[in-house]
Design a protein around this ligand. Structure first.
Ligand SMILES: [Zn+2]
Length: 211
């Protein structure tokens, strides 16, 4: 935990540094660019909501996208202090689960964008053949419920090409994104989109405590 010496500024006040709005994490008290933090707002009913995309109206509170910071903010009752009307109930596990869910949704949205811009290849055979043909995939998703033998085969091909494989979604979910009923393997070849997905995956690790 670090004190950053904010000169008496309260939690709600954003301070500009260049063009970026800086906010204080309620957990570690560090000051970061707002786009590196997760925002929380109060619902009209007084429930504390995770506003991962920063789109919900109202006064916001912020933490790092890290489970330790969320837990610390909850333990020290910082959310209660950040709003004029304190939230009804603050459950760290619930906040973490909600944040995980929103990050996964964001990854699916990015995969959908990759698909719409023809930067995603769907299907085991198409991805394996792609690797064999020198296709430059940047990231590969394997369905969580696909056959482990086939998953190993794709992982092997990806490993030879130095591409990481991730498994978060089932075949049905990946199918919905790629316009099929089911999809076991999706390869993304667009670098900026793959990088955007990678940032979300890193955040997911920091939230699930696997980093
Ligand atoms: Zn923090």
């Amino acid at each position: 935990m670090t004190e950053t010496g904010n000169g008496g500024r309260d939690n709600s006040g954003g301070v500009r540094s260049g063009s970026r709005v800086m906010r204080t994490c309620l957990g570690c008290r560090g000051t970061f660019s707002q786009d590196q933090l997760v925002r929380y707002v109060l619902s009209p009913d007084g429930d504390l909501l995770v506003d991962y995309r920063g789109k919900l109206p109202g006064r916001g509170a912020y933490t790092c996208i890290h489970r330790d910071c969320i837990r610390q903010a909850v333990q020290r009752r910082q959310f209660q202090r950040s709003f004029r009307t304190p939230p009804r109930e603050v459950d760290g596990n619930h906040l973490i689960a909600s944040l995980e869910e929103q990050i996964l949704k964001r990854i699916l949205a990015l995969l959908g964008m990759a698909r719409k811009s023809s930067c995603a290849v769907s299907g085991t055979q198409a991805v394996v053949c792609g690797f064999e043909g020198g296709e430059q995939f940047r990231i590969v998703f394997l369905a969580s419920d696909m056959s482990s033998d086939i998953a190993d085969k794709v992982r092997y091909k990806a490993g030879l090409a130095g591409v990481s494989c991730y498994s978060f979604f089932d075949k049905g979910t990946m199918g919905r994104i790629t316009g099929k009923s089911e999809s076991s393997v999706v390869g993304v070849r667009n670098l900026p989109l793959a990088e955007a997905i990678r940032i979300e995956l890193l955040r997911l690790e920091q939230i699930s405590g696997e980093s």
